[in-house]
Design a protein around this ligand. Sequence first.
Ligand code: ADP
Ligand code: MG
Length: 364
Amino acid sequence: AAGEAVVVGVRVRPFNDREQNLDAVLCIDMEGPTTRIRNIDTGDEKTFTFDESFWSHDGFEDDGTGYLRPVPGSKYADQRYVFDTFGQRVLDNAWNGFHCCLFAYGQTGAGKSYSMVGYGYNKGIVPISCEEIFSRIGNEKDPEKRYEVTVSMIEIYNEAIQDLLIDVGLRPKKGLEVRESKALGIYIDGVIKRPVENYEAIETTIEEATNHRTVGSTLMNATSSRAHTVQIIEFKAVTNGSATVSMINLVDLAGSEKAAQTGATGDRLKEGSMINKSLSALGNVIEKLADRGSEKKKNVLIPYRDSKLTRLLQNALGGSSKTIMICALSPASSNHEETLSTLRYADRAKKIKNVAVPNENPQE
Ligand code: ADP
Ligand code: MG
């Protein structure tokens, strides 16, 4: 089968209060699928094209509930639009029996969690997807068809995989191991899979996991975690004894900025370099896969085993998954360098080709 490219989108957020107070200068512009970034010191401009360029910088208003919607005629991409564009695609893939993966990349404070999880009424792709899963199940007309959904939540912190559905004190220190089997593909050994029968059950599970997160604060963004968070939804459709299993991986990556810029020292710095180990491994994997995709270097060794993150996402990256990446961008010229590096990262990811195969009849 011909390879299918990773779908890549970028999204630019509004100025935050700090930027507003400092009279920040906008350095991003978007038109259709095209994103342009300008270095305001040199005037140098660079243009990138992605599957989607989501403009969420301005042109929005509060609808009265706190939900941000576009003002008439604006190109503002609200949460619903981003879900309709990328979230629906993930669910369609799962329904067709594919494994799929959606991950958010970008500097701390650029808007990864806003897109993935969201805040308040501005729910992100993860909760809307969960709602949509059960609304689709409810609409199933075939009385023979049965669905089983389980949810796992993990974080990768200092290169250890921790189960967020287990109380911090009860977790094994070393964390969990990633393993591979013919029947299951890549999986996390011993991770809790919580069966869920409705949206409320997923919501409760996510809340529980969020309370168990290892939260660290950096000068740059006090609420941002220094860990990679992964939600794994296992979706099983059963008809007449045969089953199709799809795994949906929703990944909110740790900030991609260099440790030095966040003012981290000591433990925080160690975390920074560990996080960067997973992120730079991800960068290497993406680069190798992009080479393979564009130059037909079929025998390139892909260093999946260099980090927990890349091992876990092995199927999603260059494997048998459908993969979507959303890269969060800061609009401010003060972040120009980090934003440019995010755009270059996104540009490389675009060149990856996956060969997705539907999963049938897994062994129970
Ligand atoms: P990250 O997870 O990348 O560290 P967040 O998603 O927490 O960043 O976003 C940082 C801040 O910017 C939050 O206060 C968030 O509400 C705001 N923000 C991010 N993206 C948007 C957006 N598209 N529209 C409105 N506010 C946003
Ligand atoms: Mg975040």
